[in-house]
Design a protein around this ligand. Structure first.
Ligand code: TEU
Length: 584
């Protein structure tokens, strides 16, 4: 798309991305595992919701130690999910509906069952140096780095008689990116998928690929000891520039870098004027409820911190960078249970939807979010399937200060990645209509109430609200491109901001000859509290001409009568109320 109006229009900036975790989305053949054909059967659902792109988490052949983030063959599809023909049907079905397809690219590591590793461990050329090997005493790892999933980042391989590095599970050996042959393999496989019509890549932990020279010992850190030596390492920009030259610059491909531990200053180098990537997933808001002891140490978060974080990123990437906007994904608890309130499920889910979709950036919706799915009441340690969770439980139970599962149950239930991975709740039929068999991970028992069928029947549901907020974003380019300005910075419960199209922009965009006139300025007011809040906003609002474009109490307003607008004095907000006003 051209940049003639000076705001850097791009399809991926105007898109809303829907993330699918295929294993848990829809099972077409009754084996209890979601599959590609299952997604094909739900394409009209995605179209009705109004999303513009789908990000598919890994569907490649894999032994599933990390449910697909351990790739055995980058060019084939896991049997349980289907085959390349099914994948092509999915691609075509998406493209027929003008929905882009984004694949997950996992190239910091492979599976230990990948043929590269199988050959590497036997010293077969040219694979011998495809991974990070170090010789030495089996009981004495080469350095003190820890895996993100706990324990040493090194395992000893009896075949090669050497240690290999794995920043994640021991079945996920890290590739050695200092080896040009490894980088050439990655370029090749990206081209292979691009030739098959992929529209973008989400690059898994892409900021872990460059490790500090000499692999020195590191300092303890909440993420993992040594992470300062492998997060955003010395050759990152060189590798990305090469990727750009070799692959990305030849295609209009949307690139999303997943980058734990990345600051806004670092992000600017990745996605700013000279950046190679389009957006990064940073983790600063995901870390707000994390204590000093790492991911399982849960602490309270305050709205002031959320405002500070989002404001820093909104301002920090303006005007030259672009944000990726998300509040949950397949690695995180459900957003209602974390940033919202299950006791006010619909209101808080719709308030949070308003938030994410009215910021500057590309919003991501994780499957089930659009019907307000919640965390899961896992009862026993055996109920968890996720390797990160299981490793943590196992290690915690060995500690002296932990007597049994009950001591850690709360933290595990709150934070486990399995909260996001239970099957999609389609209906109140057995197993939530996800499968006719036995699901690989137990369905959340609340499916009888929270499911797609029920949500589509109820005009006040989270689902209908998502449709409205997605439509609003399409109608008003200011919600996509406008500058962000925080209001009421000190308010403990209310988050309010303006979005403004500056200068030459007039809220009108020509899109394929279609002329659209949207607002030039909007005001967003969000009550993050379970009580009523009153705010005086009139001094801050330059206009008395206001129109309510969207609100999550709008339909209830019939009962409570006309509400004063922001220019009239004060606004009375109900629990978790969200309002979007047009100011011009
Ligand atoms: O996640 C990287 C990552 O940082 C997560 O491990 C995160 O810190 C953790 O899960 C929070 O609980 C990516 C993928 O999204 C994840 O599913 C993979 O397990 C991981 O990389 C390894 O490929």
């Amino acid at each position: 798309m051209s940049d003639s109006n000076g705001i850097g229009r791009e399809w991926w900036k105007e898109a809303v991305v829907y993330q699918i975790y295929p294993r848990s989305f829809n099972d077409s053949d009754g084996d209890g595992v979601g599959d590609l054909q299952g997604i094909v059967e739900r394409l009209d659902y995605l179209d009705d919701l109004g999303v513009d792109a789908v990000w598919l988490t890994p569907v490649y052949d894999s032994p599933l130690a990390d449910y697909g983030y351990d790739v055995r063959d980058y060019r084939s599809i896991l049997d349980e999910y289907g085959d390349v023909d099914d994948w092509e049907r999915l691609r075509d079905g998406l493209h027929d509906r003008d929905i882009a397809l984004i694949m997950d690219l996992v190239v910091n590591h492979t599976s230990d069952e990948h043929r590269w590793f199988q050959r590497s461990r036997r010293g077969v050329e040219p694979y011998a140096d495809y991974y990070v090997w170090r010789e030495g005493d089996p009981d004495d790892p080469p350095n003190n780095w820890e895996s993100i999933f706990g324990g040493s980042a090194w395992s000893y391989d009896e075949v090669r008689e050497a240690h290999y590095l794995h920043l994640f599970d021991e079945k996920q050996p890290d590739l050695d990116w200092t080896n040009p042959a490894v980088r050439a393999e990655v370029h090749d496989l990206m081209r292979w998928w691009l030739d098959r019509g992929v529209d973008g890549f989400r690059l898994d932990v892409i900021n872990f690929i460059s490790k500090a020279e000499g692999l020195p010992d590191g300092e303890p850190a909440p993420a993992a000891t040594g992470s300062e030596h492998f997060i955003n390492g010395p050759r990152m920009h060189e590798y990305l520039a090469e990727l750009d030259r070799e692959v990305l610059s030849n295609d209009d491909v949307f690139t999303i870098g997943e980058m734990p531990g990345t600051s806004v200053e670092q992000a600017r180098e990745y996605v700013g004027e000279d950046g190679v990537l389009d957006v990064v997933f940073h983790f600063e808001h995901m870390d707000l409820d994390t204590g000093d002891e790492g991911p399982w140490d849960v602490r309270e978060w305050a709205l002031a911190e959320l405002k500070e974080t989002f404001t820093r990123w909104q301002e920090g990437l303006y005007p030259d960078g672009w944000n990726a906007l998300y509040l949950n994904n397949h690695d995180q608890p459900r957003l209602v249970s974390r940033f919202g309130d299950e006791a006010h499920r619909v209101r808080s889910a719709t308030m949070l939807a308003t938030f994410i979709h009215t910021l500057r950036g590309t919003p991501f919706v994780y499957q089930g979010e659009e019907i307000g799915m919640t965390n899961v009441p896992f009862e026993r340690p055996e109920a968890f399937a996720d390797v990160e969770t299981r490793n943590y439980i196992e290690r915690a139970l060995e500690r002296d200060d932990v007597e049994g599962f009950d001591d850690i149950a709360e933290a595990v239930r709150y934070g486990s990645r399995d909260n996001a991975r239970t099957p999609m709740q389609w209906s109140d039929a057995p197993e939530a209509g996800f499968t006719t068999g036995v699901p690989w991970l137990r369905v959340n028992p609340n499916y009888t109430e929270i499911n797609v069928e029920a949500a589509r029947r109820d005009p006040d549901s989270v689902w209908h609200y998502y449709r409205r907020v997605l439509a609003l974003r399409r109608e008003h380019p200011v919600l996509v491109y406008g500058r962000y300005e925080l209001l009421l910075a000190e308010h403990p419960d209310v988050y309010a901001y303006l979005r403004t199209l500056d200068g030459a922009l007039d809220g009108t965009l020509d899109d394929d000859g279609e002329h659209r006139r949207g607002a030039r300025q909007v005001l967003v007011v969000l009550n993050f509290s379970d009580g009523a809040s009153t705010v005086a906003i009139d001094d801050e609002v330059p206009s008395e001409q206001t129109e309510l474009l969207l609100g999550n109490y709008e339909r209830a307003d019939e009962d409570r009568g006309p509400q004063p607008g922001p220019g009239d004095g004060s606004l009375d907000l109900g629990p978790y109320e969200a309002r979007v006003y047009r100011l011009d």
